[in-house]
Design a protein around this ligand. Structure first.
Ligand SMILES: [Zn+2]
Length: 87
C-alpha cells in the first residue's frame, strides 16, 4: 500500500491527525512491503461462536505514545481508484 494514498484519503475525508491519547500529530503507517494485507477477524451475529470472515485494515501508530488506530482498507483502495484510475 502506497502511504500517500492513505494520507490522501485521510485529507479528503477530514480525518484528524491529532492523537486522542497524547495530542501528538506524527504517525507511522505499517506497510507490508511483500504485498500482503493485514486483517482483523470478523464474525456475524448468526455465527458468533466462529470467526468466519476477515477485514483488511490499515494500521496507523502514533510516534509519540504508540497508540494504534485501525482503518478499513477497502474504502481507501476504492478512493484511490476513483481519483487515480491508472494507479
Ligand atoms: Zn499519541
Amino acid at each position: 500500500m502506497d502511504i500517500s494514498k492513505i494520507k490522501n484519503f485521510f485529507k479528503h475525508n477530514g480525518v484528524t491527525v491529532i492523537c486522542p491519547c497524547c495530542s501528538g500529530d506524527q504517525w507511522d503507517y505499517v506497510d507490508f512491503k511483500d504485498g500482503k494485507e493485514c486483517v482483523i477477524p470478523a464474525m456475524s451475529i448468526a455465527s458468533a461462536t466462529t470467526i468466519n470472515e476477515t477485514m483488511p485494515i490499515v494500521i496507523v501508530i502514533c510516534q509519540k505514545c504508540r497508540y494504534i488506530r485501525l482503518h478499513a482498507l477497502k474504502p481507501i483502495i476504492d478512493f484511490g481508484k476513483q481519483n487515480n484510475p491508472e494507479a
